[in-house]
Design a protein around this ligand. Sequence first.
Ligand code: SF4
Length: 431
Amino acid sequence: MTRVFLHTFGCKANQYDSEVLRQAIEAAGAAVVADPADADAAVVNSCTVTHVSESKMRGLVRRLARRNDAVRTVVTGCAAALDGGAIAALPGVVGVVGGADPTLVLEALGLPPDGVDPVLRSFGRGARAWLKIQDGCDEHCTFCATTLARGANRSRSPEEIVREAEALAASHAELVLTGVHIGSYGKDRDDGMTLGRLVERLVAAVPTVRIRLSSVEATEVDDTLADLMIGAPERLAPHLHAPLQSGSDRLLKLMGRHWYTAAKYRDRIEWLAGRLPAFGLGADVMVGFPGETAEDHSATRDLIEALPFTYLHVFPYSARPGAAAPRIGAPVEPETVVGRAAELRALGSEKGSSYRAARSGGRADLVLLRRSGGRFEALTEDYLSAYVPSDRLVPGRFAAALALEPDGTLRADPLNVDPWSASTSRPTVAR
Ligand code: SF4
């Protein structure tokens, strides 16, 4: 039996693709092993979002070959899709498969490629599963290589997505809808499907799970989605990870993010926040885009201060192969980038701390994540992690009262009530 080591770099879409590969490799009669020392072959699912993710991939591939010079490595994913031959030349590499088509990866591994199940049946052992609903993107943000690596927007059929959700619901309490640009779901179809209509179908078809949206543009949260989030937070989690990138309209234009302005972003978020007593709000924010001025940075900082963010992902700009940004403006001094990133990260964690404090004393609807350090970690509907005292046994999904610990973490004390009721009857949060 072939033993395959599988490693994934990057986003939820990549992690989903790797689970599909795991299922296909096992269905082809091979085994997926956790330790590369036990492997005859390796599949490395690569990422191209920053130069760091690519150099980590190359480092891993070299280590695999050094440890076991007989290992046959297949590199797949986004960096593989943009490879000009450098990856193919790495030691031990026998195949470079752009994207993550399981049939092509099985062929490259020398495993029987037929009978790949298009429906993912399980996603690891946790209470949460990613469900990829679309791939690719029709936009051309000037800093982004993902759109180059993954191609145009391609939506899966709603029927297949519902079938997969039903299969995953058998062992997972929460399904996270993911992709590359999920807000564009259905735009390539002629059946009127949208992300909102798809979520409506899923909520009806799989009543036992909670749906969560992975990264979605603020202005692509339509009224169907908003109504579900406001009216049934136990079915559609009141949490948005809405990429902002910049609060400066000048910079948004240069980034190619033409579908929103700072004001439109703010209006949509404030409208939602005014109707959601508990609301997890995160954003990707880029610092140091070529030509970024102190005024651009202030506009970003001011917008973040004005909106109810509960966490931030702050990224320093990273030049990507094939992306237009390096030709758009002068590079920002590295120490300036470091300073601006530190300032926004501090602001983000400050807002996160005050939100956790405001949630203390309230109720939450949690899914169990993992056991770490002798206690259980769980996730609330509004994307807060909380720990459960170790002497309390809890199911995959449960209701709890939240309490802020002196170290700023949240403790979740399970309640003997069904989680559905927890997400609507908690006290309102002071903004
Ligand atoms: S929306 Fe922009 S950043 Fe996101 S995948 Fe598309 S091109 Fe890249």
